[in-house]
Ligand binder design. Sequence first.
Ligand SMILES: Cc1ncc(C[n+]2csc(CCOP(=O)(O)OP(=O)(O)O)c2C)c(N)n1
Length: 636
Amino acid sequence: MSNYLKKINSPADLKRLSVAELSLLAEEIREEIIRVVSRTGGHLASSLGVVELTLAMYYVFDLPHDKVIWDVGHQAYAHKILTGRREGFSTLRQYGGLSGFPKIEESPYDFFGTGHASTSLSAMLGMAVARDHEGRHEKIIACIGDGSLTGGLALEALNQRANVAGNILVVLNANEMAISPSVGELSHHLNRLISAPAYNRLKHEIELAIRKIPSIGLRMVDVTHRLEDALKHLITPGGIFEDFGYRYFGPVDGHNLGSLIKIFNNIKNMDDPILLHVLTKKGKGYPPAEKNPEGFHGPGAFDIKTGEALSPKKTLSYSQVFGKALISLAEKNRKIVAVTAAMASGTGLVPFAKRFPNRFFDVGIAEGHALTFSAGMAALGLKPVAAIYSTFLQRGFDQIVHDICLQNLPVVMAVDRAGLVGEDGPTHHGVFDIGFLRIIPNIIIMQPKDGRELPALLATALSHPGPSVLRYPRGETGLHWVKPSFSPIPVGRAEIIRKGSNGVIWAIGEMVGTAAQAAELLQARGLDFGVVNARFIKPLDHELLLEAGRQGKMIVTLAEHALSGGFGTAIWECLDEAGLGGLQILRLGIPDQFIQHGPIPRLRQDCGLTPEIIAKQVEERFILEKSEDAAGFTPG
Ligand SMILES: Cc1ncc(C[n+]2csc(CCOP(=O)(O)OP(=O)(O)O)c2C)c(N)n1
């Protein structure tokens, strides 16, 4: 094994190496990524795929003067290692350690934070405008995968290019995969471009040769471009990037350092907007990941020798319970169809896709479209279930308001990864959806307390004549199987878990179990608190809530969701509207800040969402209230 890596502290250090030495360095970087990710878990396959691409780019361009934006950012591990974070790399995704994504406050080389897909082209254009505004000339580069290019935002940015700036470079990293194989017409288009390399190679070689001729070079290039414009539709199939005003180069082998460096050197000083099409292999250099790039997209810790997970899942995840329950319900109702935005495996829909291939739609990374597409199906009588992670549902707010709720269409939104998600951190925590959904008329929102309750609430959602949201968290349910039949729960009906004379903790999701443990601790301290599983965040079980309110009981609300505008606010509003706003209410949840990455138990502790901290807070508030009562003080 060579020993170059320990001498690399910034991209400038690369410039001293030969291409042969860079190849050896690529192997060292790969080993380091595999070594660390096998312990920490993380986005392995995507990061292994771009090692040579990162090296070649950083070898030729001058970072941090030139700027690179990594779309999604899950492939940026080589970038982190090469930009001064080699030593800290073992802390990847650990609490207090390096983020799994580029993060603007983590390094001067992280020019733009990412995590959600398809943002890089818009950011690149904005940065190019800012650069031009200041009269500077650095290259702004966006590196985007073929999956992320299917996102509407990326297409909107392609469309805007013409009235913005030059001196920009889009590196299209095509590996024919999103998390699952890439879908859609754009991916067919890329395949057609890949199969027309002879034409493209000829075109580039002619162009580069002409540019080298002094004085007439640029004029001739212009003439060739016009000629080419006339011919390209005859010769290349499509060539949409050129139609959008980008000079298209490629496809080039993304693992051949020599070719990559040559082509980056060739295009480095061109001022036109350029798109370089690079072909890479997801998981490159680690056979288990090459064989199963989907499984190694975001694995947990694994054994390097075998590729086996170190702590394999023992029971069904919430997503799997959802997927199984949906199949059971779809067996009985042929109108049920399922939609995913490039997350078939993550949302547990792969078995549904196999069982009902004609009733399953993967629309690519296109959450907004997934929702309006579902609305269209619902408008003509189908029962669409769009399964989208909470954090990515943020992309679809207007579609939910304007296309689904305003028209009161019965679309079921299955909101996966609701709550803290752990090591992926602030770009991925699902802690805002209640806040932005509960303000929309016509919608109902529910959350099961556990995996057992999920199928019944899914049945409720599917039998509801209007829009519905079923949210559930990441993680295991403790269940090994799903009962094949289940009946809907009446809309707005909460469940009393235990009664209490001093107060009631209203909770949702897994926090119901946490509330029950907190109630036990309170009991041991002489305080009698009940627990309610709200099940419905909208509509709330008004009757049950107001009954407790009228008895003057202290109300505690508990949700793994942002406090601002969340579940507790909904409870407070309900009490206030009934004239009980002066009641003592303690709202517990996630404070008004972005929660960093780390293990979920640790993050819950930081947010005060453990039974011990909850019991302590409830006790303190209860004692304070009683002492104020005794002193004749009435809270406002
Ligand atoms: C808006 C949004 N939706 C979904 C995801 C989940 N996601 C993360 S990576 C990925 C696939 C990206 O594919 P591509 O851009 O081709 O990169 P590759 O992993 O193939 O390198 C998806 C769907 C996301 N990050 N953001």
